[in-house]
Design a protein around this ligand. Structure first.
Ligand SMILES: [Zn+2]
Ligand SMILES: [Zn+2]
Length: 156
C-alpha cells in the first residue's frame, strides 16, 4: 500500500510539493502541482508501440511545461494526442482531448518514495512477456470504454 493513503479512506492526498521532470536531453521540463501520488498504467497496443512497453502516467491539478520549441505533438487518434521531444525522442505525455487531461510519463520525474499503482487498464491487450507484481484495480479495454461512455465521452 502507498504511504500516501490518507487515514480517512482509500483516496490518497495530492502531493503538497510540486514534482519536476525532464526529458533525456533536458530541453523539455515539466512541473506538476498537486500531483496524484499513484501511477496509472495502460497496457494497450498503442501505448506498447509508442513506448516499447506499458505506459505509466502521472496527473495533477496544474502543470507547467518549458521547451515548447522542442516538442512535437502527434494526434494518435480522433480523441488523443501524444507528445515527444524531437531532439532526444523522450515521450512526454498522453492528452485525452475530450477530458482535457494530460497524463505525463512517470519515468520523466524524480518521484518521492511510496508511489503505488492507481489502476491498470487495457489488461486484455497486455502481452504475455511481463506482469506487474503489485495488486491494483484491473480493467479491460471494453470496461474502460464503457466507463468513459457512461461519463459522457464519445469515441466515434
Ligand atoms: Zn529531449
Ligand atoms: Zn494505452
Amino acid at each position: 500500500m502507498s504511504e500516501f493513503v490518507s487515514e480517512a479512506g482509500n483516496k490518497p492526498e495530492p502531493l503538497a510539493e510540486p514534482i519536476k521532470g525532464h526529458c533525456l536531453c533536458r530541453a523539455v521540463t515539466i512541473t506538476i502541482e498537486s500531483a496524484h501520488p499513484e501511477v496509472d498504467i495502460c497496457h494497450c497496443e498503442m501505448c506498447r508501440r509508442w513506448g516499447g512497453g506499458f505506459f505509466g502516467g502521472l496527473k495533477g491539478a496544474n502543470h507547467k511545461v518549458t521547451g515548447e520549441d522542442s516538442i512535437t505533438v502527434y494526434k494518435s487518434s480522433e480523441w488523443a494526442e501524444r507528445a515527444f521531444c524531437r531532439t532526444c525522442g523522450s515521450n512526454l505525455w498522453y492528452h485525452f482531448l475530450p477530458g482535457k487531461h494530460h497524463s505525463f510519463l512517470a519515468g520523466l520525474f524524480d518521484l518521492p518514495d511510496g508511489f503505488g499503482i492507481e489502476q491498470q487498464i487495457f489488461v486484455d491487450e497486455k502481452p504475455d512477456w511481463y506482469d506487474l507484481a503489485q495488486k491494483s484495480p484491473m480493467k479491460t479495454g471494453p470496461e474502460v470504454i464503457a466507463e468513459a461512455a457512461a461519463a459522457g465521452f464519445e469515441f466515434d
